[in-house]
Design a protein. Structure first.
Length: 399
């Protein structure tokens, strides 16, 4: 058995929640037990190691157009673009000093303002600029992003009582790799971020704060709210239906596998509906929540509190029935297919000259990892390296 991390154990406990030992003799309990074993196997596979990217795929990634290397472009940026400066000036402020403070996917800058930016009755002498570094995000169940999506996600988060920075300005930067969105946001003074917690901090602090925030998000039903342009999946079946339309038609093997699993999940959801009588709700999810919490520690009580949650570019709306313990395949398979579908889409774009602004290397690595895992789970008949998908797309273009 492959060793499972603490995160894997937590995920397993989440998936298996609700199993009743007193129902051992019932069909329902047997179904749950079967699902539990299936999830244990899924988690073992999910966290297992896979073979590295093949050399042919590496060469293709290295030869990709500039917009496929968005992180490389943003890293080379030595000054804030003129469009950002103009957006700040339009608010009556002037950038006195700027410094890049982070370069992960987005390029994040700290700016000092003199005169300050005035919004309502508030004066902001310092702000944060986030330049979105990709049109396609690498989290599962999140595909496309832009400033409108980020602002909507933050607006929805506020309704659940989640503290988020105020948006002070937004706009677009015209670059050699295409148009990049940016947001000027309130600077939130904070003692630390959950991604940079020190070893001597309470080791459970990040997990506890993240769980508390998740509970707040889950306490609000977004079903009746306007959540566009966030991706919305009421059920697991919705995810697979979306993937069927997302994957280009030339990838027959992947489509055949998706068609098969759609049939399987359809039957599972019919059974689940018979057992589940609770009202269906929709929740806002931030997939990188635990790494994007700004927090402070009270020097007197030694307790941590949340100052703000940032980086909402991968947020989505998901149904409360999406991850039920009775599901035979569970969300893990949907996670894997989501990443494989993105790899197929980008192979098509690579050949057809429609590559979005993205970090192709990361997306191809995710495809490589999850395609191998789906083969191990017998959800894909065989493994095709990403370079093979590019060849399929090329043959399709000839036809």
């Amino acid at each position: 058995m492959v060793a499972v991390s603490k995160l894997g154990i937590a995920l397993f406990a989440w998936f298996a929640e609700g199993t009743k030992l007193g129902d051992v003799g019932s069909v329902r309990a047997a179904h749950r037990a079967h699902a539990e074993m299936r999830h244990q196997a899924l988690l073992s596979t999910f966290f297992a190691k896979t073979d590295p990217l093949d050399e042919a795929s590496k060469r293709l990634v290295a030869d990709a157009p500039a917009q496929a290397r968005a992180k490389e472009f943003l890293t080379s940026m030595t000054d804030l673009p003129e469009e950002v400066k103009q957006a700040v000036m339009a608010k009556g402020a002037q950038i006195k000093e700027s410094k890049r403070i982070s370069m992960v996917t987005d390029s994040t800058w700290l700016i000092d303002l003199d005169p300050p930016l005035v919004q309502g009755d508030k004066h902001f002498a310092r702000a944060v600029v986030s330049i979105l570094g990709s049109q396609m995000v690498d989290y599962p169940f999140s595909f496309w992003t832009n400033t409108s999506l980020v602002m909507k996600a933050m607006e929805l988060a506020k309704t659940a009582g989640i503290p988020v920075p105020e948006i002070l300005a937004e706009g677009q930067i015209q670059t050699e790799i295409g148009s990049l969105g940016f947001l000027v946001q309130q600077y939130v003074p904070s003692g630390s971020s959950s991604a940079n917690a020190k070893p001597d901090d309470d080791e459970d602090m990040r997990i506890r704060l993240s769980a508390r925030l998740d509970q707040k998000l889950d306490s609000v039903d977004f079903a009746s709210m306007d959540t566009a342009p966030l991706p919305r999946f009421d059920t697991e079946l919705d995810i697979f239906h979306y993937l069927q339309t997302f994957v280009p038609s030339e990838f027959a093997m992947l489509h055949k596998s998706l068609d098969r699993i759609v049939g399987k999940v359809t039957e599972e959801e019919k059974e689940s509906q018979k057992e589940n009588t609770s009202p269906h709700k929709l929740h806002l999810k931030h997939p990188g929540l635990d790494g994007n919490i700004l927090m402070s520690k009270n020097p007197h009580t030694k307790q941590w509190s949340v100052d703000a949650v940032v980086d909402w570019d991968s947020a989505s709306i998901r149904g409360s029935s999406l991850f039920k313990p009775t599901k035979m395949n569970g969300p893990v398979v949907a996670v894997m297919f989501s990443q494989v579908a993105k790899g197929a889409y980008l192979a098509h774009c690579y050949v057809n000259g429609c590559m979005p602004i993205c970090n192709l290397e990361k997306q191809v690595e995710l495809y490589n990892e999850h395609a191998q895992k789906l083969v191990r789970l017998h959800e894909l008949p065989s493994f095709q390296p990403w370079s093979a998908l590019v060849e399929i797309a090329r043959e399709n273009l000839k036809d």
